[in-house]
Design a protein. Structure first.
Length: 434
């Protein structure tokens, strides 16, 4: 059974979504450093088995990459905190915007009570935005830098030739395209978040994004058809719900297209796909910053306008509107090995990196670990479990059993895997010295 692990009491229990490459890169370097530097014991497990593991190990502390990022995250953190367990949360989407302060800070935490001992944020700018509205949180917020970006200096990534050989592809040129979450502007998801979107943006901006989806589909289609000698990697947004409301819809069948999402070619980390690409492009994507850290040039395609409410990362890339303008930049890059408009934005990119992740010295995980150990060494609270946690644990065990029997072909077994973090643990164990 997947639930069988060491029965000894853990110092730290780390709860994560098994399929989230991003979140595992946020927490695993921190946990690895804690283990090596401070000799703490930890276990990374599926949050969908979280209540069971809390009862089983009665940990001193729970660490999570993003306590407010989903309903299940918020509920389990709240329950554990009220039971007396120390909680430290990092943040997955940490490039905070003033216009969306509430969403970044509270997310699914509807009662807006801080059920954590410490929240580690990416940058001083982000911390100051939070404190401008909630000054009482000062002792519970600390800036450590964005730990998930340390990987770009700690790890090595797949070379282009290895990727091409592995997939028996003959291309010499590769362009990576990062998808945006256009589908969130439609259907049930939009209805659930409509008030938030209208408060933060406007109906005009929402309509613009919906129109841009169609325009962008056409632009990408033309670029793929025109550049048959270029392999286009289509990397879906990890939060994609409706694949028909996506800029890559009806583009997957082309011979010069390689698709990567949670169902296809999901073994490739976003960092590997960026590394094998010559250029990294998109509509609106924070992965542009990751591309810069890997030495890749970027540009964005915004068919209508570029001055809509968005994160600051877009300011570091040239922005074009049309197929012709995009093709001109592609031709320039492959002729000169550079894009002049990209070079001209170097100072802006340095400022963005500082404002977004604070440090790019690959030591953010160390700073985070130092903050965590302070909380860990504080006096323990008395742990007392309510009946709710036993009920939730029983439900999770039942779902696990059903996922392996009656519903094994209908429910994603990945939710309940126990070894999903191993490859990340191995990577960081080799990369991190103390």
């Amino acid at each position: 059974m997947d639930l069988e692990i060491d029965l000894s009491r853990l110092d730290i229990l780390n709860l994560e979504w098994p399929q989230s490459d991003r979140d595992l890169h946020i927490v695993l370097p921190v946990l690895t450093y804690l283990k090596k530097r401070f000799s703490v014991t930890y276990q990374t497990v599926s949050i969908f088995n979280g209540y069971y593991y809390i009862l089983k190990h009665k940990p001193k502390m729970i660490i999570i990459s993003n306590f407010q990022g989903a309903g299940v995250n918020n509920e389990i953190v709240k329950t554990a905190f009220l039971s007396g367990i120390k909680i430290v949360t990092l943040i997955s989407e940490g490039n905070v915007k003033k216009e969306e302060l509430e969403q970044f800070l509270w997310g699914w935490n509807r009662d807006k009570k801080f059920y954590v001992d410490k929240m580690l944020v990416w940058s001083k700018r982000s911390e100051n935005i939070f404190l401008s509205r909630y000054p009482d949180l000062q002792s519970q917020l600390s800036t450590t830098g964005a730990t998930g970006f340390d990987r770009y200096k700690l790890l090595t990534f797949m070379p282009k030739h290895d990727f091409l050989n592995e997939n028996q592809l003959k291309f010499k040129k590769i362009i990576g395209i990062a998808a945006w979450s256009f589908d969130h502007m439609y259907g049930d998801y939009f209805k659930q978040h409509e008030k938030h979107y209208l408060d933060v943006f406007s109906q005009e901006q929402i309509d613009m994004h919906r129109n841009d989806l169609v325009k962008l589909q056409i632009i990408y289609k033309k670029l793929i058809e025109y550049n048959k000698d270029i392999l286009f990697i289509l990397r879906y947004h990890p939060g994609t719900i409706d694949f028909e409301k996506n800029e890559f819809y009806c583009l997957e069948h082309y011979n010069n297209v390689f698709v990567s999402n949670r169902f296809q070619n999901n073994q490739y980390m976003i960092s590997d796909l960026i590394n094998i690409s010559d250029i990294w492009i998109g509509y609106e994507t924070t992965t542009a910053l990751e591309a810069w850290l890997l030495g890749k040039q970027t540009f964005l395609i915004n068919p209508t306008r570029s001055d809509f409410i968005r994160e600051n990362v877009h300011k570091g890339s040239p922005i074009v509107k049309t197929t012709e303008e995009a093709q001109k930049l592609i031709d320039e890059f492959y002729s000169n090995c550079t894009i002049k408009a990209f070079e001209n934005l170097e100072k802006e990119r340095k400022k963005i990196i500082k404002d977004t992740i604070e440090y790019d010295d690959a030591k953010n995980h160390q700073r985070a670990a130092e903050e965590i150990i302070k909380v860990f060494n504080e006096e323990d609270r008395k742990i007392k479990f309510s009946i709710k946690i036993y009920f939730q644990a029983a439900r999770q065990i039942l779902k696990l059993i059903l996922s392996k029997t009656i519903f094994k072909n209908r429910w994603p077994n990945l939710k309940y895997k126990s070894d999903f973090a191993k490859k990340y643990q191995d990577m960081y164990s080799k990369a991190i010295d103390v």
